[in-house]
Ligand binder design. Structure first.
Ligand code: FES
Ligand SMILES: [Fe+2]
Length: 326
């Protein structure tokens, strides 16, 4: 037996045995704070019952929602001069969630706000930061995400970027180099794909006519559910950030197409004109994705050696920690 097939067989055996986390300790999308009518917003993500409070300084913080006395829903409480008052028996919390008379505090989840979009880390500790780093040419978050539902195991969506055999059939891309994966630091699994656009369908033909046939996809998955993908063709670079929220029927996906004004030309008017075109291609690409994967299931037994990269990714997900502080 060759070394390749023995490592393939041992990987397959591991995939058959190990469990996949149902809800990875990671970043999730809480919601939009623009036009919030109150200083308290409420949301449930997985088994986490959450609320976000806005401080007097205007900063939002996500906290556990249930009162430390008997668990009442604090998002139904009222802000007073002293802070937030529990609607049940009146325990008084500071706007940071401190319960002064008991010396205790509500659990505060790491929170990030970008262009009125609120993100929260759910898990034991936040040891990674997947958000695009601000630079001299900052990437801007859109006013709202595109939203999709999928009825397949949540990890099959992020695994799609490592399923190299589908790129030609679904997306009409032909590899021009051998993709290499990178697994460092250990919460990131990344690959750089280089393709040629061999499209016969209209969106792909248009893309090739506008930007040439060479394309790249730089695809990084953080902890399994959090993806930062940069696709490039000619002068155009698309930055996409998306978060997968596992749920009992599959997952909810929130996709943020980030704007990078500099990549569209130095004049703001150019980026204004390009934006709808770019969004059209992103929507089309993602819709092809959703249409192609909507009845997939995870069948480790039938995977082949050509599925090796996909299998390595699933195995990496199996090693990721579960969210534990429920
Ligand atoms: S449940 Fe909140 S004060 Fe009693
Ligand atoms: Fe795909």
């Amino acid at each position: 037996m060759s070394q390749n097939s023995s490592s393939f067989n041992s990987l397959k055996a591991q995939l058959l045995q190990a469990e996949i986390p149902g809800f990875p300790a990671s970043w999730y999308y809480f919601g939009c704070t623009r036009n919030a009518k109150s200083r308290i917003l409420k949301n449930d993500i997985g088994d986490f019952r959450l609320m976000a409070l806005k401080s007097k300084k205007g900063e939002w913080q996500v906290l556990q929602r249930n009162c430390l006395h008997m668990g009442a829903d604090l998002s139904k409480g009222k802000f007073t001069e002293q802070g937030l008052r529990c609607p049940m028996h009146g325990w008084q919390y500071s706007e940071q969630g401190m319960l002064e008379h008991k010396g205790k505090c509500l659990h505060r989840f790491p929170t990030i706000e970008r262009n009125s979009q609120l993100f929260v880390f759910l898990g034991v500790e936040s040891n990674f930061y997947p958000f695009p780093i601000e630079s001299s040419n900052p990437l801007l978050f859109p006013k709202s995400p595109l939203r999709f539902s999928i009825q397949i195991p949540w990890f099959l969506l992020s695994a799609n970027g490592f399923d190299i055999n589908h790129f030609e059939t679904v997306h009409e891309r032909v590899f021009t180099s051998i993709p290499q994966v990178q697994e460092s630091p250990d919460y990131v699994f990344r690959v750089l794909h280089q393709f040629r656009n061999a499209g016969t369908r209209l969106p792909n033909k248009l893309l090739r006519a506008l930007l040439g046939e060479a394309m790249e996809l730089d695809y990084s998955v953080f902890r399994g559910n959090c993806i930062y993908a940069i696709s490039s063709a000619g002068q155009m670079k698309n930055h996409m950030f998306f978060l997968i929220h596992p749920n009992p029927s599959g997952a909810e996906v929130f996709l943020f197409a980030l704007s990078s004004p500099g990549s569209m030309g130095s004049l703001p008017v150019l980026s204004f004109l390009f934006s709808p075109i770019r969004n059209y291609f992103i929507r089309r690409f993602f819709q092809d994705e959703i249409d192609s994967i909507h009845e997939l299931s995870f069948m480790p037994d039938s995977l082949e050696e050509t599925d090796l990269m996909f299998m390595q990714f699933i195995h990496w997900i199996q090693k990721q920690a579960h969210a534990a502080n429920k």
